[in-house]
Ligand binder design. Structure first.
Ligand code: ZN
Length: 459
């Protein structure tokens, strides 16, 4: 068996992407994500890695979201000493996000030590020091550059259009066959970034399926944002936006700026309450090589497409707490994007029971997260051990998703000139995966499988 693939994360779930390719006896790990969501899934972060980290020869990372890179520091702490290949922009984002996620874990461990925990003493998943040690292992690889991998394999990255630096990894085996690892597939015709690359050939395909059973609505995000903001101004309420620091926040800023340019942005203070989002926005604005045509023109003309006026940036904790006391209309954009932690939980705790509040979701809400419970209309939710009655209005803008919907995935798949011999669906909840599998079989007649956690396939 010269090559095989094993699925050890994001199998029948949306987080914890970890796929191990065994090529001529050597091991290449594609993505090393953190498990997020309900406790029973999060606890997998504490499990031993399925193969000893010292026996992995190389790591290839598709993009900088935590569910694709968030477990790297633990892999390194447990003995991984090889290279971690990623695009330069992914590395730039990881420099911000990995130490940040370590600091959060350390703070949380301290907090649990104070309130008493069944783990004694409570430990962080990894430390800031371990995150910095991980950053030293990164090796930048530009889109299109061919890089040698152990086992006489090679790979190159192609733009995936999902977030800055996101890539498909096309991995070639010694026999000339290849496997395309989609990472997360972005959307077509969205602002700031270029569209996903169309792919014509690959013997094997590993594809995400987050929105495999859904079509994003055709609504114009600008109209919807304008409406929500004017409602907030009318009622004097707050708009709380749980937002992913990487990607979504920058798109929101882009839309606010467009509304402003069109004279449709009402006078309302907009606060980005996330130190990480502030740093990431700078990286987005500077990454010229990844900008789409409109963004390039704006940059050349000296317009700051990611800087609407009236936006203030909050880095420190005290200023964040002070927002709780602020009355009148305000937009608070804060992490985490699924409201399963981070500063946004404090804003929700303070304002969810107020009927003038609008909670605006901008992305996928995984099973078991606070975001999912609010979105599904639970009347009472628990936040930081307190019960809160949900009186706020809940809105969602699907058009802001960074993931392709079913139609866009099929559009991308139709770009293949020859069907892959086998397509593996990962990174989706079972209903979404089943729907997409059925659709691909019906419309394209391809061989599509949904791997189970821990399952391995010969290639
Ligand atoms: Zn992603």
């Amino acid at each position: 068996m010269p090559q095989s693939i094993g699925f050890f994360g994001a199998a029948e779930t949306v987080t914890g992407s970890r796929h191990i390719l065994t090529i001529n006896g050597r091991r290449v790990l594609v993505d090393c994500g953190m498990f997020q969501g309900p406790r029973e899934i999060r606890e997998r972060n504490w499990d031993e890695f399925p193969v000893s980290p010292s026996e992995i020869d190389a790591v290839v990372i598709t993009h900088a979201h935590a569910d694709h890179i968030g477990w790297l520091p633990r892999l390194v702490a447990q003995g991984y000493t090889g290279p971690i290949y990623a695009t330069p922009a992914t590395i730039g984002l990881a420099r911000i996000s990995l130490p940040d996620s370590a600091r959060l874990a350390e703070e949380e461990a301290k907090h649990r030590a104070k309130i008493g925990s069944r783990h004694n003493p409570p430990l962080p998943l990894y430390t800031e020091e371990q995150a910095y040690a991980t950053l030293k292992r990164f090796k930048p690889v530009k889109y299109g550059e061919l890089v040698e991998l152990p086992g006489k394999a090679q790979f190159r990255f192609h733009p995936a259009g999902h977030i800055l630096g996101s890539a498909f990894a096309e991995i070639f085996f010694e026999n000339g066959e290849r496997i395309m690892m989609s990472g997360d597939l972005g959307r077509f015709n969205t602002p700031i970034l270029r569209d996903p690359t169309m792919v014509e050939f690959s013997e094997y395909l590993v594809m995400e399926s987050t929105y495999g059973d859904r079509l994003h609505s055709e609504e114009d995000p600008l109209d919807k944002i304008a409406l929500i903001l004017s409602d907030a101004v009318a009622t004097g309420g707050a708009v709380i936006v749980p937002s992913f620091a990487i990607g979504r926040t920058q798109e929101l800023l882009y839309y606010f700026r467009q509304l402003e340019d069109q004279g449709r942005l009402p006078r309302i203070p907009i606060v980005i309450d996330s130190p990480m989002a502030v740093s990431v926005t700078h990286i987005y604005a500077q990454a010229k090589e990844e900008h789409d045509d409109e963004m390039q023109v704006a940059v050349e003309e000296g317009r700051s497409s990611l800087e609407p006026s009236g936006v203030s940036l909050v880095r420190d904790r005290e200023a964040s707490k002070a927002l709780n006391r602020q009355t009148g209309p305000i937009v608070i954009i804060s992490g985490s994007g699924m409201a399963n932690g981070g500063r946004v939980t404090h804003h929700l705790l303070r304002r969810l029971d107020d009927p003038s509040t609008i909670v605006l979701f901008t992305g996928y809400q995984a099973e078991g997260t606070l975001g999912r419970r609010i979105l599904e209309g639970e009347p009472v939710v628990r936040i930081h051990k307190q019960e809160v009655t949900v009186r706020a209005r809940v809105e969602k803008i699907n058009a802001l998703s960074a993931h392709a919907d079913q139609g866009e995935m099929l559009h991308w798949l139709r770009g293949f000139k020859t069907p892959p011999r086998r397509t593996f669906l990962v990174h989706g909840e079972p209903p979404a995966q089943a729907a997409l599998q059925e659709k691909i079989r019906q419309e394209l007649g391809w061989d599509v499988v949904i791997p189970k956690h821990g399952e391995t396939f010969e290639l």
